[in-house]
Ligand binder design. Sequence first.
Ligand code: URA
Length: 247
Amino acid sequence: MSKGVTTLRLDRLLANLGYGSRREIQQLARAGAVTLDGVEIEDADQRIAITPDLSERMRVDDEPLDPPPGLALMLHKPLGVTCSHKEAGPLVYGLLPERWRRRDPAISTIGRLDKETSGLLLLTDDGALLHKVISPRHHVAKRYRVTLDRPLRGDEAGIFAAGTLMLEGEDKPLLPVQMETLSPTSAYVTLTEGRYHQVRRMFAAVGNHVTALHRDRIGGLTLPDDLQAGEYRILSDKDVALVFAPT
Ligand code: URA
């Protein structure tokens, strides 16, 4: 076996992917429901190399194996769902396959969007990736399309870019934010921080009110036009690299 490849016992692998208890997996395997490269694995103690192509090679009940650990996803978050594991009401995790909600390590959102914000949301079970995206050191830029209640005054872009804007209740100014006007009542803003309700509070600080907020880009990764609200897609290594690409 090549160095650096993680291996897991079959029962541990499938239990961690939410297929059942280790005892249930042992029964599944004994019944011949698990195959690797077309060959039944009846011994649930067998160690399996966790390679990115495992879903193409392993089948459970004649279905491709769920994505192995090290999963990253993009979701087109619809309005009205919450980025939380435990709050009441519809949660973003409810948009994923039911079995994925029983995985260990769990899939978590990378940062959050407000319940009433739509757009590009990343999720992963990889803690190192999560921290890399949200860490201020990596300056991953997030772009939002903002719709406003009142026409822009004209001085907002300068105020946001100055790096001196203080939000109510805070003691440190915001890092500079880039703004591009799209119409009298809409704009793109691009920020590298992720303070609580940041965009809504920035516009409140300049006397306006955000009526719609949609994130369409994280780093160099753009929400695809053909990914409808509520749909998700597994990210390739190339997609993940785009998140950190200079913008
Ligand atoms: N800023 C906000 O106000 N809300 C979000 O969901 C994201 C950024």
